[in-house]
Ligand binder design. Structure first.
Ligand code: APR
Length: 233
């Protein structure tokens, strides 16, 4: 087995579940009787912007009340202590990896704490609501939207992600259902490119068959144990 120097980690909603942030596909993926997929699309925003802004205002307010959990802290420790290449690619739009202290984090689905001006294309740090259509701090246009990648939109920084996957010796997926592409395909890409693949998830995911190893359990227990193994071994 080749020596592990370069690690790519993919995290999903399950990594933040023990912080009290609902996963997408829990509770049937419904929000106030709307399918999440019906709120998280450009079409939904065009059709009913109030509904979409209200949904994201609620999620943005909620994450600011939450705290990182043992999985976030363990990954932050790995980031500090691992002297090989490391990239934590997260599908999560919360800032819990960063608040735990991780630095090498890439938000492929955007961030709740950013607002994106569709007029001047600038992203601004944003903690408050967007429902009242506040002015963009850069250009003054009332054209801010959540800086979150919706279904049908291209995830961010894919070139950087694939460059990291090409170099990876180990790919680890944490708390993601494997239902949403392109992230769900990273395990196959990593495997074809020669990396070992490991999954840490509460249950078998849709992509489980692609992993060399699947460990089943809560991220708050599995991730610290795995990090200890990697740093201690
Ligand atoms: N520890 C580990 N895994 C967990 C935990 C936990 N405590 N709790 C839940 N899980 C697992 C679930 O079993 C599930 O497999 O995390 C996974 C969460 O899956 P989803 O809710 O589908 O979230 P995710 O995979 O991140 O969704 C991907 O879909 O809605 C879009 O853009 C959104 O980024 C999101 C993407």
């Amino acid at each position: 087995m080749r020596e592990v120097r370069n690690i790519v980690i993919l995290t999903g909603a399950g990594a933040s579940a023990e912080s009290g942030i609902d996963t997408f596909r829990a509770a049937g993926g419904l929000w106030e009787q709307h399918r999440v997929e019906d709120v998280a699309t450009p079409e939904a925003f065009a059709r009913d912007p109030e509904l979409v802004l209200r949904f994201y205002d609620m999620r943005r307010a909620a994450i600011q009340e939450k705290q990182p959990n043992a999985a976030h802290f363990a990954l932050a420790r790995l980031d500090r202590e691992w002297d090989g290449e490391l990239l934590i690619v997260t599908q999560n739009v919360d800032d819990l990896h960063e608040r735990a202290g991780a630095r090498r984090v890439l938000h492929m689905h955007g961030e709740h704490l950013n607002a994106w001006c569709t007029y001047c294309d600038v992203r601004s740090r944003w903690r408050g609501p967007l429902i009242e259509r506040p002015a963009c701090p850069e250009c003054g246009a009332r054209a801010l939207r959540p800086d979150v990648v919706w279904f049908g939109e291209m995830p961010y920084r894919m070139n950087e992600i694939y460059a990291a996957l090409r170099q990876a010796d180990l790919f680890v997926s944490i708390g993601t259902s494997g239902a949403v592409y392109p992230a769900a395909g990273f395990v196959r890409d990593a495997r074809e490119l020669g990396a070992r693949t490991l999954e840490l998830n509460l249950e078998r995911s849709q992509g489980s068959a692609w992993f060399d190893e699947s460990r089943i359990g809560p991220a708050g227990e599995l991730v610290p144990a795995w990090v200890e193994e990697v740093l201690g071994g």
